[in-house]
Design a protein around this ligand. Sequence first.
Ligand code: PRX
Length: 641
Amino acid sequence: MSDFVQRPGALEHTHCTAEQYRRLYQNSLADPDRFWLDQAGRLDWFVAPRTGGNWSYDPVEIKWFEDGTTNLCHNAVDRHLNARGDQPAIIFEPDDPASPSRTLSYAQLFVEVIQMANALKAIGVRRGDRVTIYMPNIVEGVTAMLACARIGAIHSVVFGGFSPEALAGRLTDCDSRFIVTADQAVRGTKPVPLKANVDAALEREGVNVESVLVIRHTGADITMAEGRDHWFHAVASDDDVPCEPMAAEDPLFILYTSGSTGKPKGVLHTTGGYGVWAATTFHYIFDYRQGETYWCTADIGWVTGHSYIVYGPLMNGATSLVFEGVPNHPDFGRFWDVVDKHQVNILYTAPTAIRALMREGDQFVTSRSRASLRLLGSVGEPINPEAWRWYYEVVGESRCPIIDTWWQTETGGCMITTLPGAHDMKPGSAGLPMFGVRPELVDAEGGVLEGEAEGNLCITASWPGQARSVYGDHERFVQTYFSTYPGKYFTGDGCRRDSDGYYWITGRVDDVINVSGHRMGTAEVESALVLHDKVAEAAVVGYPHDIKGQGIYCYVTLNAGEDGSEALEAELRQHVRREIGPIATPDRIQFTDGLPKTRSGKIMRRILRKVAEDDYGSLGDTSTLADPSLVERLIAGRRDS
Ligand code: PRX
């Protein structure tokens, strides 16, 4: 077909041709238990599993490898000590390019994980405890995760860009009594007061934290609460800390993510299935070759960081680069400087970064060598074909395959992608299902669509990396993912399947928006807005944004007597940043005297989306609105704003 881009010929996948993919994929569907028990052999187990999947979507109960015991810290670190103790495990590149980078061998990583495990034990952490990690993207963030896994504690990483308010919500939800943080983070020279944010979060009602472990990172002045706060360097030690044998279904981590309604959900992943999924997908999708340097530009605060900075690469004995900085500091060539400096072979980044760099012109790229690059990856949101082509032709000089990996916090790892050097690519299409993944497109009524079609993307059979529950609220898990189309996992994404069987993700079909690859519930931004004492009502929708993919568009009605001034607009922006964090900053705020509601009071979001998109030709039927004349005023307001 004409929309194929042939894979660059010189780079065959080292262990999977298109034919082998077909065979393995078929095997994985024909006999999933056998297939996944084979793949489970990628990990070391204390007790090897003999059971594959044991799951049901009605009622919802998901287990994989339930009779096995393992430990993912052992698999990521200890097991490599004999064969590759001296090989780099982590290369750390700091925010400031003038500061030295650090390379840790697997043997050194082991020492630092042990020190962290001792520090956690010293502040009282025990097996099963939830530990909140609120850190910059630095080595200690990684060792904190691995140390939790080692001692059987459950990590809950909260992105360092979240506000004290958002942090407090995530602490109370899982009743976390321990925090690992740093004095400060820096991103593009801008300091982020992590410890001060923790102090503020701990004042919120319902937060019940006993001990805070603090890493000295920038050396900034901070206050330490006697008895509660502990410097890492004061409590760390080198005592032996063995890996706890964990049942495959023991929780590994909680990661909060946004949905259509309510507050963020604590997505729960367990040990064995997640481990096998992260290890297997990394192996096949990145086709890592020993000695290569692999760089995922995500932050450990997101699932991409969990699976493809930490667990996937390290379980495969890879060298994983951890980058503290941002793409535009000191200039828009930073990514390519890092690539050249550390001879990066595999780069995995997000479309929003690609678009932002593309806008600055080719010279930032072409002035750097990039000769080491072999493979390019994209994740987090749909990549538009123009950005794909720039990534392929300018960054990769048409010699590096691109993998566009579709997945979610809930899926644990990549679900749809081409395999590099095995499959031809199509710009804008994620490609083909990973082993064991059964995608299905359904229409609004749940009717199954065959062949070439566009509909809502469901997955009809469980895979090892699937989330098991929402922490503390299994009913919410069932409601959110399994009630729209009973018996199926509903992803929340729209999708098209073409005549070659390639999948094209079209974006969320629910009230979730994707801003710069960050997933946000419109309801969260609305709740933040209405907390402001001048705001009566708010409705938030996404709209197309050149760089961010989607921007945040807020319709706000004010309390009687208040006027929608520019000053108030700025104040509301600040207010949302304070409540959630800078990633939730509204792009546009439109004051309106009302929201379009049906006579029964339901907000017609379809109309709000169309107005935000500046697309008035297809507003659809507006006659059921309680006040149809409002639409004209909304449009006039949009044009003025
Ligand atoms: O809409 C899809 C989009 O990101 C959502 C998942 O967000 P999150 O849980 O934060 O995980 C992001 C990193 C895996 C999906 O529902 N998405 C993710 N990857 C792609 C994508 N949309 C299109 N193409 C992708 N490659």
